[in-house]
Design a protein. Structure first.
Length: 179
């Protein structure tokens, strides 16, 4: 059993009281040390009723709390042995593909590109994420009107969040009305 497999249960248990879950874990050699990378995010279920409300991203304070909890769990577990290690705790980056229903639920309101196993890719904003399918609003394009598309997760080959630098949100609209 690898070191990552040995420490996974302890780290997951340390994050649960914080309302977080471990999305991924890696332990790799880095010279005379090992690098322990832990990706954490809010605990959102894959099952349950459809989600229509965005999930707030992790704050720096929450990542710091997660780092302390993971560090304490590693100190209490002897699976790492005597070899020194460097710990890196982070949230999944925007470039991480969406692979589970909870990933879509966490990204409600975001612009995504969904590549289907068959058919053309679809780029739209997630408006609903359920247990088995995602609903996106696709803006109007050249000869096609705006539309809402429901796609089953099972039919998706790849799903990624698109970076938006100038999206106006509700706060921007309120400021425009006041100004």
């Amino acid at each position: 059993m690898s070191v990552a497999e040995q420490i996974r249960p302890a780290l997951g248990a340390a994050l649960t009281p914080l309302g977080l879950r471990m999305e991924d874990l890696s332990v790799v050699p880095a010279g005379r040390r090992r690098l322990v990378r832990v990706w954490v995010d809010r605990a959102v279920d894959d099952a349950g009723p459809d989600s229509t409300e965005p999930v707030a991203p992790l704050s720096l304070d929450e990542v710091a709390d997660a780092t302390r909890a993971v560090s304490d769990a590693l100190d209490d577990d002897d699976a790492m042995g005597e070899q020194p290690y460097t710990l890196e705790v982070t949230s999944p980056g925007i470039d991480r593909p969406l692979t589970a229903p909870r990933h879509f639920r966490r990204n409600l309101g975001r612009l995504v590109t969904l590549t289907r196993e068959e058919g053309e890719p679809v780029t739209g904003r997630i408006v609903r994420a359920g247990e088995h399918e995602v609903t996106v609003e696709v803006p109007a394009a050249r000869r096609e009107p705006a539309r809402t598309v429901q796609l089953p997760y099972a039919g998706l080959a790849r799903a990624v969040v698109q970076v938006e630098f100038s999206r106006s949100g509700p706060a921007d609209a309120d400021a425009a009305e006041e100004g």
